[in-house]
Design a protein around this ligand. Structure first.
Ligand SMILES: CC(C)(COP(=O)(O)OP(=O)(O)OC[C@H]1O[C@@H](n2cnc3c(N)ncnc32)[C@H](O)[C@@H]1OP(=O)(O)O)[C@@H](O)C(=O)NCCC(=O)NCCS
Length: 160
């Protein structure tokens, strides 16, 4: 299955929402209460990407700055039938490129305590748990998430 990654704009909120709701997340998580309006606002305040196969959205991710040094990655999902084909990795890498291009020193993300199955995926992509790091956009009332961080390469590491 081939796919194209494209930046997601607020008008893509319904396609983005459909992918999130198909992801099969735990019903106790705040994820399943996310509305298309929430997504449009988040894409407006930050940005995101969708992975497409023709007219079908297969994957989504959003990002938002938390100060000048941290870019947070949110709402990563791929359709169950499209998993294991590199779409999730490509979406994460697209956000990492935004971080590098914007001069952010790290990408930070939060994993719900209801979703520990995804931790090995992020570790595989170089993310490490950081107990001291705070996720600025935590949902009020949700249990404290696991926060993971990956530092962007410094310029001298990429120019060699
Ligand atoms: C996490 C998720 C986005 C991964 O998407 P995907 O398209 O299957 O990911 P990829 O195909 O790019 O996988 C990249 C690599 O990670 C591996 N991988 C994927 N999910 C994994 C998991 N849960 N545990 C360990 N490894 C995993 C893949 O096998 C692949 O390995 P490779 O390096 O040998 O090729 C998808 O499983 C998903 O939508 N899950 C539900 C929503 C969710 O949990 N989102 C995260 C919110 S914090």
């Amino acid at each position: 299955m081939t796919f194209d990654l494209r930046p997601a704009a607020p008008h893509d909120a319904f396609a983005f929402h459909a992918v999130m709701m198909a992801a099969g997340m735990d019903p106790r998580s705040s994820w399943i209460r996310t509305t298309p309006e929430d997504i449009a606002r988040s894409l407006q305040l930050g940005g995101g990407f969708l992975a497409w196969a023709g007219e079908q959205a297969l994957g989504c991710v959003s990002f938002r700055a938390d100060g000048p040094h941290t870019l947070t990655l949110n709402k990563l999902a791929t359709l169950p039938q499209a998993r294991g084909r590199g779409i999730g990795r490509a979406l994460v890498q697209a956000v990492e490129q935004v971080a590098e291009g914007g001069g952010y020193s790290r990408v930070l993300l939060a994993v719900s305590q209801y979703n520990p199955e995804v931790l090995p995926f992020y570790r595989r992509l170089g993310y490490q748990e950081d107990e001291r790091a705070e996720y600025a956009f935590a949902h009020p009332g949700s249990p404290r998430p696991v926060v993971l961080v990956k530092f962007t390469p410094r310029p001298q590491e990429t120019s060699a």
